[in-house]
Write a protein that binds this ligand. Structure first.
Ligand code: SAH
Ligand code: SF4
Length: 385
């Protein structure tokens, strides 16, 4: 057989497979992903397809309680109806480009989005719970000087299904279906991954409402925390519309230093920020706001800083998370010495505020706070060269 025929014969099945994949993904991209829809939107969408309203409850339960991704598995729905649903909808999750496990049990998934972009999701197991850290954007438009995510060039908001998809994907991987079972491994959610969640408020809010839904994954608002660099108008909306826990990335106690570390402070200064937190609905000693404070050697870690911090948040039910700075390639800061962190924690604790020092989790796989995305950037570096 001539060599060209041989090559064609060998390549034909591969090309056919690739074409089939492209065709399938093109077809899927035209169909609506059910994981982007609220219950009301789902109901409207199926009524538009000529199906009765009551089907919405069944479908919702299959998607959000049982984690089903194929209409054929919805066995309380007649076969012709399943086929009809498959003509209009899909149930998809983001792909996984890479999964890593840290020596401390932390899991990190580099997820692949429909347009080829990537984001990261981290699962942190603890003794009595398991927390999923979700990204809200690819990269971040803000440029906090100690954060690696802020150096990303490419930025876009994640869609509702991309945000919910991170949770669905983690539940698949952790074997957490059906949702709500007493041995669930994923019990808490924090919006502390890549991006500023309050700059993607609408999608984040819709995703959180879906995640909280009692007929679905049912993670209560007390187990969901949103972390923000201080987007004041978004803080009020988050409190009124979602009622979830709030974490503020404070990191400095004077405007001069905070302008430098968290530049959005130039728009919403410390006074405006603290006032908005003071008015956050539902704060009590049982439900405190978390102030995140990254410990930067010689920058913000003196006893005077600790005393000024206490004064600043006085009267607000608070807990302070002291985060030893997680270095990344090219960062300009060093981590505070352990004795300085202890001294700082002690002053804050004596003033009546719990001040846990956060042990970095998953730092061997660059999954700790502020390290997200660095690994994928490193991996892609040869492509950019
Ligand atoms: N954009 C949001 C949420 C994501 S950042 C925010 O800023 O709150 C999650 C937390 O990690 C924030 O408190 C952030 O300030 C902190 N962080 C960022 N870079 C860090 C680093 N290198 N070391 C330690 N914490 C960091
Ligand atoms: Fe963005 Fe938060 Fe990083 Fe600041 S700390 S650059 S807001 S992700």
């Amino acid at each position: 057989m001539p060599i060209t025929s041989l090559v064609i014969k060998k390549l034909y099945p591969i090309v056919k497979l690739l074409l089939a994949r492209v065709e399938k993904s093109e077809k899927n991209s035209k169909l609506q992903n059910l994981t982007a829809l609220s219950f009301l939107e789902l109901t409207n969408a199926i009524v538009e397809c000529g199906l009765p309203k009551f089907r919405a409850k069944q479908i919702w339960s299959w998607v959000w309680r049982h984690g089903v991704t194929d209409f054929q598995d919805m066995n309380n729905i007649a076969k012709p109806v399943r086929a009809e649903l498959a003509k209009h909808f899909v149930i998809t999750r983001p792909g996984i480009s890479r999964r890593q496990q840290s020596s401390d049990g932390t899991l990190k998934w580099l997820i692949r989005l429909g347009d080829g972009q990537e984001a990261e999701t981290v699962y942190i197991p603890e003794k009595d719970r398991g927390t999923l850290c979700i990204s809200s954007q690819v990269g971040c438009t803000l440029t906090c000087s100690f954060c690696h995510t802020g150096t990303q060039r490419l930025v876009r908001n994640l869609s509702v299904d991309e945000i919910c998809g991170q949770l669905l994907l983690a539940m698949d991987e952790l074997g957490d279906w059906p949702s709500g079972n007493s041995s669930r491994r994923l019990t808490n959610v924090v919006l502390m991954g890549m991006g500023e969640p309050l700059f993607n408020y609408d999608n984040v809010a819709q995703a959180i409402k879906i995640i909280m839904s009692g007929d679905g994954v049912a993670i209560s608002k007390r187990r969901i925390t949103l972390s923000t660099s201080g987007i004041v108008p978004g803080i009020a909306r988050c409190g009124e519309e979602l009622g979830i826990n709030l974490a503020i990335s404070l990191h400095a106690v004077t405007d001069t230093l905070r302008n430098d570390l968290v530049p959005i402070n130039k728009k919403y200064n410390l006074k405006t920020l603290i006032d908005s937190v003071r008015n956050y609905p539902g704060l009590s000693n049982a439900r405190r706001v978390t102030w995140e404070y990254v410990m930067l050697d010689g920058v913000n870690d003196s006893p005077e800083d600790a005393k000024a911090l206490i004064k600043l948040i006085s009267g607000i039910p608070s807990k302070i998370n002291l985060i030893p700075f997680n270095p990344w390639p090219g960062s300009q800061y060093n981590t505070s010495r352990p004795d300085k962190i202890e001294r700082f924690a002690d002053i804050v604790l004596k003033a009546g505020y719990p001040s846990p020092v956060r042990t970095p989790r998953g730092s061997d796989i660059l999954a700790a706070c502020g390290q997200l995305k660095s690994e994928s950037v490193r991996l892609r570096a040869p492509e950019r060269a």
